[in-house]
Design a protein around this ligand. Structure first.
Ligand code: PLP
Length: 385
């Protein structure tokens, strides 16, 4: 969809808003109606019904979201996992093979490794920073390649340009989970990806009050994925759609602030005597720094670090922080802290975690929109400073 608005900040406010405004309402009203009067539709998928993803709240949101990443079309889903599972189950059919990044969000990892075999789908993990190793894993039935914009919790940046090139050379569909970057920092379709996916639960909504997902791409793909979602039923309710719509309006302000604040906090932690290591692509010391500078507008609001003293030091930090809330998830207005080894990555064996470089004492921080100095003071006291 070509948006008449050029900048992302303006698209967030105006793209997709009904013209004329409904009864003059400045804010998009909520259409909390399961079904709508029949108006001569000729296809099942066009009947107006919440599960068919076409209420006025869905339509407005789809247009706004598509504009953000210069996509032809968009689809919202009941969760990030609904966006990921429905997209992969549309792109792939029984007998197909998928190449997938080895350090993935745990839910996606489990979907692929535990559920895909039952659907007749096979996969191989790729080291996304080493494109020279991918060709050896290609099979005649390989149909797609799937990566994440920044990995969790180490914030590695895959060779995303090589992923697009590889997909084009070998006729694969390229999919990327853009959640950690958000459309403010990265617009995957402009770089040649076929489908850009988000857990909208995180930055897009930004207020820790709903779960939702987003799929962006060419209209033909979005139509196929919508039809599959219509059958699978992972639809976003209009009230949650309305909250996402509202949350989106401040996305650029929130993420711009979080980019700046997180870089300052990463620098503070990197120089702190009680910290052994900081992972943040905005730091010059990060192995993916140059690539991140080329691909991203900002480095995002998530970092991870290892306090000196391992698990005990991590426990003390989490018990001592006052502003940060100890909770999983990310991308919200509140600062959240978590210890991946016992939460998001508890499903991996200690050996798998060691191989992935996830120390037991690693802490992930998702920086909110509190004052940076207040957060720094809090982290300093929690580190015993
Ligand atoms: N992708 C990433 C990178 C995530 O961090 C998450 C959730 O933490 C998901 C997808 C899944 O999103 P949801 O919880 O909205 O289903």
């Amino acid at each position: 969809m070509r948006s008449p608005f050029k900048s992302l900040e303006t698209k967030l406010i105006h793209a997709g808003e009904p013209e004329p405004r409904i009864l003059g309402a400045v804010a998009m009203p909520i259409f909390q109606s399961a079904t709508f009067q029949y108006a001569g539709e000729t296809s099942y998928h066009d009947l107006k019904y919440i599960r068919l993803n076409n209420t006025p709240n869905h339509v407005a949101l789809h247009q706004k979201l598509a504009a953000l990443e210069n996509a032809e079309a968009a689809l919202v889903t009941a969760s990030g996992m609904a966006a990921i599972s429905t997209s992969l189950l549309t792109v792939l059919k029984a007998g197909d093979h998928l190449l997938i990044q080895n350090s993935l969000y745990g839910g996606t990892h489990d979907l692929v490794t535990r559920d895909f075999p039952a659907f007749g789908l096979s996969y191989d993990f790729i080291e996304a920073e080493h494109p020279e190793t991918w060709k050896a894993l290609l099979k005649p039935n390989t149909k797609a390649i799937y990566v994440e914009a920044m990995t969790n919790p180490l914030l590695q940046v895959a060779d995303l340009e090589a992923v697009v090139q590889f997909a084009k050379t070998h006729g694969l569909v390229s999919l990327i989970d853009s959640t950690f970057a958000s459309p403010v920092n990265f617009r995957a379709l402009d770089w040649g990806f076929d489908l850009s996916l988000h857990s909208g639960t995180k930055y897009l909504n930004g207020h820790s009050d709903i779960v939702c997902g987003v799929v962006l791409g060419q209209a033909a793909w979005i139509q196929k994925i919508t039809h599959r979602l219509n059958h699978l039923g992972g639809t976003l309710d209009p009230h949650a759609a309305w909250l996402l719509h509202r949350g989106l309006k401040t996305l650029a302000l929130r993420v711009g602030y979080q980019n700046e604040s997180t870089l300052k906090i990463a620098r503070f932690l990197a120089e702190h005597p009680a910290v052994a290591r900081v992972n943040y692509a905005g730091l010059e010391s990060h192995p993916g720094h140059d690539r991140a500078r080329r691909l991203f507008t900002g480095f995002g609001g998530v970092l991870s670090f290892e306090p000196r003293g391992g698990v005990e030091a991590a426990d003390n930090f989490l018990k001592s922080v006052r502003l940060a809330i100890v909770a999983i998830s990310l991308g919200s207005v509140e600062t959240l802290a978590t210890q991946p080894a016992i939460t998001t990555h508890a499903g991996l064996s200690p050996e798998e975690r060691r191989k992935a470089g996830i120390a037991d004492g690693l802490i992930r921080l998702s920086i909110g929109i509190e004052a940076t100095d207040d957060l720094i003071q809090d982290f300093d006291q929690a580190l015993g400073g």
